[in-house]
Design a protein around this ligand. Sequence first.
Ligand code: NAD
Ligand code: ZN
Length: 359
Amino acid sequence: MFRNFKTVNRIIFGRGCFNQLADILADQRTSARPAIVFVVDDVFKNKPLQSRLPLKAHDLLLWVNVDHEPKTAYVDQLTDQVRNVMRERNQDLPAGVIGIGGGSTMDLSKAISLMLTNPGSSADYQGWDLIKTPAVYHAAIPTLSGTGAEVSRTTVLTGPEKKLGINSDYTVFDQVILDPELIADAPREQRFYTGMDCYIHCIESLTGTYLNTFSQAYGEKALDLCREVFLQDDPDSDDKLMMASFFGGMSIAYSQVGVCHALSYGLAFVLGVHHGIGNSIVFDYLEAFYPEGVTEFRRMLKKQNIQLPRGLTANASDAQIEKMVDVALILTPLWENALGKEWQKTMTRERIRELYRMM
Ligand code: NAD
Ligand code: ZN
C-alpha cells in the first residue's frame, strides 16, 4: 500500500511575509465564527512581535510556555480555555488557530485545533489515525527552524503513558507562513540544536531502508542547505535553514526517522530532555549506525562552537534506564527504517541500555 500523503494546503515564503497575516486570516473569519485563536510562545511577550499580531476584538491570545515540551494535560487545559470563551460568547468554534513559535508551540496549536472538534483528552489520540473529525483551520508561523513541525502530520505530545504524536491527516496545517526574519534572533545554541534536528532527519531518512526517490529528492536538498548553513558563513542562512526544515520534514514524511530519534524519545520522556538537544546528544554516540553523518555533525559542532552536554544519564536509576528502553522500543517503524525488518536481532534491550548508559 502506498501512502496517500496529505500536504500543507498553502505556503507563503519570504522575508516580511508575516505582514500578510491579517489578509490571510480575513479569508477565514465569518460572522458566525469571527474569532482567531493566537497560540504564541511567551518568549515574545512584550517583544516587537507582540505589537505586530493582527488581533481583532473577537480574537483570543494564548501565551504558551514551552519550558517543557507539550504535554497532553496542557493541551487539554488550553483547549478547555478556548471552549469556555466560545461558550460564553455563544459561538461554537473559532475560525482558526494560529501557532507562532518553535516546534513546541506549533505542536500545541495543532493539538488545540484537533481537540476543539474531537471529544475526550488529547492523550486518547496519541497514535496513528485515531482522530475522526477534521480540526478547525490551523496555521503555523515558525520562529525556529529544524523540526519540520510546520509540514508534518503529527503533533508530538508527552502523555501519562508515552511520548507519542497525534498522527493524522487532520493534523497537517492548512497554511504555513515562512518568514525568515522571524528566526533571525533565536538564541545561537537553540538555533543550532533545532537545526541539527533537521540535519538528523536528513541523515536518518537518506540512510534508511524506507528511502524512495520522493524522500531522497527532498532529503538531499535539505542536507545541502544544512551544510551551507552550518559549515559555511552564508548571508542567507535564515532563508536556507527555513527551507531545509521544510524539505527535511517532507523527506521524513514519506520515509521515517531512525535510531537517533528512537533513543532521543526515551531521554525526553524520562529526563525531559528537549528534542533538538536530545537528538544532538544521542547522535554523537551513533557512529556505528551513521558514520559519515556523525563525522560531519562533529565538524558542524566545531564550526559553530557548540559544547554538547555530557553525563546526562550518570545519575539515572536502573528503573529510569529501563523506562527509556521501553519508550524507545515502542517505535517500531523507526527501528525498521534504520535497521531493516530483522531489527530486533541486532537492537536488543541490552544494546539500547548500553547506549543510554554512555550518554
Ligand atoms: P521549542 O519550540 O521547544 O523552543 C525552544 C526554545 O526556544 C523555547 O525556550 C522557546 O521559547 C525559544 N524560542 C523559539 N523561537 C524563538 C525565537 N525566535 N527567539 C527566541 N527564543 C525562541 O523548540 P523546537 O526545537 O523548535 O521544537 C521542539 C519541539 O518540537 C519538541 O516538543 C518536539 O517534540 C517537537 N517536534 C515536533 C515535530 C513534528 O513533526 N510535529 C518534529 C520534531 C520535533
Ligand atoms: Zn526530529
